[in-house]
Design a protein around this ligand. Structure first.
Ligand code: AMP
Length: 399
């Protein structure tokens, strides 16, 4: 991975105005922040800069206001939660550019923290408009990006600013990039990937990239049905994208050429209804009844997956192996998650997981803290796993 500057390279910052791009796009229920995970993730960067005496000016988006102010997407709603997590006073400016921002910044003392209003209240943010970037840049001496989760977008506050100000990765961005590098950039081999979840259609790029990078690809979840069906096996009423049979076959061909083993379920737990505790039975994948659907991979498949986890030095994981939200179809996901966590704790495995439902699946298994790294970045994590260049990262590493 090309080098990027971190906070370790920032010295003598007392009194400097540092624009810090953070992810405050947190869930809000009844006007209250219901999950502060994202705020907790960016807290170390904010507090470190504040302790070093910088004037910490936070830039963030919230929701999708489409370039104009929307009252219920104001970051003023999030400011109290930020204060609570940081245990510090956080001032708020009603605009991220212009007089409100300039006046609030002029009133700051060294070490103070200021949150600027939603960057997406201006059309220039998502368009990365030069004029808007210049207005933002006026407010700072230095730019720190700690929002990996927004790095797949080339927006003014995630990409444009790095062309105007000396740019550094914040601690969360740094941790994420280092973990991804260990997972897929320069991993210790063998590398095993587990990809599950509902559909192949949302993960074609991911699967196509992984088969060229990893030693084995375990396919589970609903998407495994598409691969099984593509081999001429009847999957009954299972979730299956029959129109993607060619895509599935071509991914398997690419894997063969690249020397990547494809590991598909050999048995499954089938039911007639998609609901918790539905009557179910375990069958070989070649014997799925015409009126049943596979909702989890079966015990022999779990052994197979756990064997691969045992052989791996590095594991990357996206997507559950079954319909983990409804018991007992969470069994394979939980079993594999526990095994990966044990191997990680024993120092035998580097385990990197993220994207979509993966975080809730690992939380459900109670092991999210035992993995080497669990990314909460969603889209950015997936695009990175798809082998795409993330503009917000590229701009930090190229200059
Ligand atoms: P994704 O967002 O693509 O990672 O998909 C996650 C969803 O896939 C979860 O809601 C699971 O319930 C669902 N899922 C996993 N396995 C199956 C399956 N065999 N049949 C139907 N849905 C599944």
């Amino acid at each position: 991975m090309p080098a990027f500057k971190t906070l370790d390279d920032l010295t003598d910052i007392a009194g400097k105005r540092i624009l810090v791009r953070v992810d405050l796009n947190v869930p809000v229920t009844d006007g209250k922040v219901s999950d502060t995970t994202r705020i907790e993730r960016v807290a170390p960067t904010i507090l470190e800069l504040s302790e070093k005496g910088a004037k910490v000016i936070l830039l963030a988006h919230f929701g999708r206001p489409k370039g104009e102010p929307v009252a219920d997407q104001s970051l003023s709603l999030i400011a109290p939660a930020v204060e609570e997590v940081l245990d510090q006073h956080v001032a708020f400016a009603s605009d991220c550019i212009g007089a409100p921002a300039a006046e609030a910044i002029a009133a700051m003392n060294d070490g103070d923290i200021l949150l600027l209003e939603n960057t997406r209240f201006h059309k220039g943010e998502e368009k990365n408009e030069a004029g808007f970037v210049a207005e933002l840049a006026k407010n700072g001496d230095i730019y720190v990006n700690d929002a990996f989760s927004a790095a797949h977008r080339a927006h003014a506050s995630t990409e444009g600013l790095a062309h105007h100000l000396p740019a550094y990765a914040g601690r969360t961005m740094q941790a994420e990039l280092e973990a991804l590098e260990k997972g897929l950039g320069q991993p210790t081999r063998p590398v095993v990937a587990i990809v599950g979840g509902a559909k192949v259609s949302t993960k074609i790029d991911l699967l196509s990239n992984l088969v060229t990078k990893v030693d084995a690809l375990v396919i589970g979840g609903g998407m495994a049905n598409t691969f099984i069906a593509a081999q001429g096996i009847d999957v009954g009423k299972s979730l299956c994208e029959h129109d993607l049979a060619d895509t599935a076959r071509s991914i398997m061909e690419t894997a063969k050429t690249a020397g990547c083993a494809i590991v598909l379920p050999v048995d499954g737990v089938v039911a007639r209804e998609f609901k918790a505790n539905a009557a179910n039975e375990t069958v070989d994948v070649s014997a799925i009844p015409a009126d049943a659907m596979m909702l989890d991979v079966g015990p022999r498949s779990i052994d197979l997956v756990n064997d691969w986890i045992g052989k791996a030095a590095t594991l990357v994981w996206n997507g559950p192996l079954g319909a983990f939200e409804i018991t007992p179809f969470d069994k394979a996901t939980v079993s594999a998650a526990l095994h990966a966590a044990e191997q990680t704790k024993a120092g035998m495995l580097v385990s990197v997981a993220g994207g979509g439902d993966t975080v809730s699946a690992l939380n459900h298994a109670g092991v999210a803290d035992d993995f080497s790294y669990v990314s909460t970045a969603g889209g950015a994590f997936l695009e990175w796993m798809e082998g795409k260049e993330l503009p917000g990262v590229a701009v930090l590493t190229k200059g």
